[in-house]
Design a protein around this ligand. Structure first.
Ligand code: AMP
Ligand code: MG
Length: 294
């Protein structure tokens, strides 16, 4: 299969939407990272996403819609707090996990009775969803275990020949995944995956209830590790070293930036590696090399 490189013109976005309607997989830009988009309600299309990524079947896909009102099609119960959060964070990098409706096949939800729903703000992604007339399941457009891509060239590097097309919508503005939350009660949310929207931003939201305005009472951080985020960031160095072998300086610089980002996340989650950790030597070598070729 030859992977088409599309631009962000109306006719190219229409072509991308048509491919998705016909059950193909397309690399699409979002403000967080590039995604591998497919019709969220079509089992065979979603299976192709799992195949292209090499993603384990129990790792659920986020379902993207163009307006939060469409969540009513894909979720069977939406608490009032979700609508309030949607007013503040949709479109944007917040994914809300809700009980799924029958429209969403289990393959999309990784076998769960819930579905993660997000309204992306990237204009190209937004338009593709509108033109496709369906919800788009889209995990990050990398092979499992590799860094999430933030430009079309990175998607091609991982996915050339594995998917129908890639839409080049420029660099992803945020470069970090969406925050995934679920609802514990009427006034509290649980962070299942940390991301662009911070716990502080979430807990600052005022909710109008029968007895007056209240803030979200609790914002529990539960860093449930998921397969991709458990990847040791130092693995990225290895990947960068391979890229360097091919004397692809640009790839190397990007890999190094990605490594730095992952390292930060890693230290937030697990504490910094100790100074005598052999991985530190690799990191320093990587840093020196990046400086050298900058
Ligand atoms: P990504 O890899 O960026 O596509 O994000 C998918 C991640 O979102 C999953 O690995 C989970 O961490 C989270 N997620 C998506 N859907 C659900 C769900 N129904 N329940 C819990 N977490 C979910
Ligand atoms: Mg991912």
């Amino acid at each position: 299969m030859e992977t088409l490189l599309l631009g962000a013109s109306e006719s190219d976005l229409a072509a991308a939407a048509e491919l998705i309607r016909n059950g193909s997989v397309v690399g699409i830009p979002t403000e967080t990272v590039y995604g591998l988009g497919a019709d969220a309600c079509c089992e065979s299309a979603v299976q192709s996403v799992f195949d292209a990524k090499g993603r384990p079947a129990d790792n659920p896909l986020i379902v993207h819609i163009s307006d939060f009102s469409q969540a009513e099609k894909y979720a069977c119960h939406i608490p009032p707090l979700a609508y309030t959060l949607a007013e503040h964070f949709c479109p944007g990098p917040l994914t809300m996990v809700l009980p799924k409706s029958e429209k969403v096949p289990y393959i999309t939800s990784g076998g769960l009775d819930t579905v993660g729903i997000r309204v992306p703000s990237h204009p190209a992604m937004h338009r593709i969803i509108e033109l496709s007339g369906t919800a788009i399941a889209a995990p990050s457009a990398n092979r499992s275990g590799y860094p999430s891509p933030t430009c079309a060239q990175h998607v091609l590097r991982d996915m050339n020949g594995r998917i129908a097309a890639v839409v080049d919508g420029g660099e992803s503005e945020l470069g970090v995944e969406s925050t995934v939350i679920s609802f514990d009660s009427e006034m509290s949310v649980r962070i299942l995956r940390p991301g662009c929207v911070t716990p502080e931003q979430l807990s600052s939201i005022k909710v109008v209830t029968g007895d007056g305005a209240k803030r979200i009472t609790e914002c529990v951080n539960e860093f449930t590790p998921d397969c991709e985020r458990c990847v040791d960031p130092f693995h990225v160095v290895q990947w960068a070293m391979e890229a360097l072998d091919e004397v692809r300086r640009e790839v190397w610089r990007d890999a190094y930036a990605e490594f730095t980002r992952l390292s930060k996340e890693h230290s937030r989650k697990k504490g910094r590696p100790k100074a005598d950790d052999p991985k530190i030597a690799i990191l320093n070598a990587a840093k020196a090399k990046a400086e050298e070729i900058k």
